[in-house]
Design a protein around this ligand. Structure first.
Ligand code: MLT
Length: 268
């Protein structure tokens, strides 16, 4: 799979669909990598979109430089990738941390984004307690490895029905986390703790916005999405039933239907 040199590192990405298709960049969650977006690629490519899913620095096939990785740096990496691919304007989507990165990118280069999807995410910064928890996560990754992070996070990432009845899906998510570098996980956790509050940005988002959230999301609950919808001028909110935090993995069909309807309603 290809990679590009951006901001001094090799960034790995997947690029599907017709080159001339309207581009959609979708950014993964923490502590996963780009393969968590695989389930949405087919439906978008079938509809004629070009879909780019990067591995953010520190995870998947991307380089693992020393951290921390602020969300603004991860956003600059994504912009660097778009530059390398010659993408002037694109649809931007991100789930959870991918949403934090999307908001940071919208602050840096709003003119590059023609529509945005904010899935299972929040605008606010971490509380002091949240920041302390990030440091605990980072140290756990460094001392005990990625499997320990999978053990502690998996129960909150997926809906109870997935955990209890879809062992193959749980195993896939676990394998993604375990394949990531503990150093990269630690650097990303510390970077999330540094992120700015994006609430002030929300009224400035003057492009079509789809907000998606799993009704059972325990990490970024639906109220966070309602908060964003109330402040972004052209935002549609979709709550996905029987889905937890990784709503695209718990309920892929429903997630994809909402995504494709939004994109078709906002052609380039
Ligand atoms: C994620 O899914 O990206 C993370 O759980 C987000 C977070 O911990 O704030």
């Amino acid at each position: 799979m290809p990679s590009v040199a951006v901001n001094g590192i090799a960034l790995h990405y997947h690029d599907d669909g017709p080159r001339e298709g309207s581009p959609v960049i979708f950014i993964h969650a923490f502590p996963l990598h780009r393969a968590m977006c695989d389930g949405l690629i087919g439906v978008l490519v079938e509809a004629g979109y070009r879909v780019i899913t990067p591995d953010l620095r520190g995870v998947g096939g991307s380089e693992v430089p020393p951290g921390p990785y602020p969300m603004s740096l991860l956003a600059a990496d994504v912009l660097g990738l778009a530059d390398e691919l010659g993408l002037d304007r694109f649809v931007l989507g991100g789930l959870s941390m991918g949403g934090y990165v999307s908001l940071a990118l919208l602050r840096q280069a709003p003119e590059r984004v023609r529509a945005v999807i904010l899935a299972d995410t929040r605008a606010g910064a971490d509380s002091d307690e949240g920041k302390a928890n990030r440091e605990t996560t980072a140290q756990k990754a460094e001392r005990e490895g990625s499997s320990a992070i999978a053990d502690s996070m998996l129960p909150r990432l997926l809906a109870p029905a997935t955990i209890n009845h879809k062992a193959d899906v749980v195993a896939e998510v676990r394998a993604m986390i375990e394949s990531n570098s503990p150093m990269g996980i630690a650097a990303t956790a510390r970077g999330m703790a540094l992120r700015a509050d994006s609430t002030d940005l929300l009224p400035e988002i003057d492009i079509p916005t789809l907000i998606i959230v799993g009704e059972l999301d325990a990490i970024t609950p639906p109220d966070e999405s309602r908060f964003m919808q109330g402040r972004i001028p052209d935002a549609t909110l979709t709550i996905i039933r029987d889905a937890g935090h990784l709503s695209n993995i718990d309920q892929p069909e429903e997630f994809n239907i909402k995504l494709i309807h939004f994109l078709l309603a906002h052609p380039s």
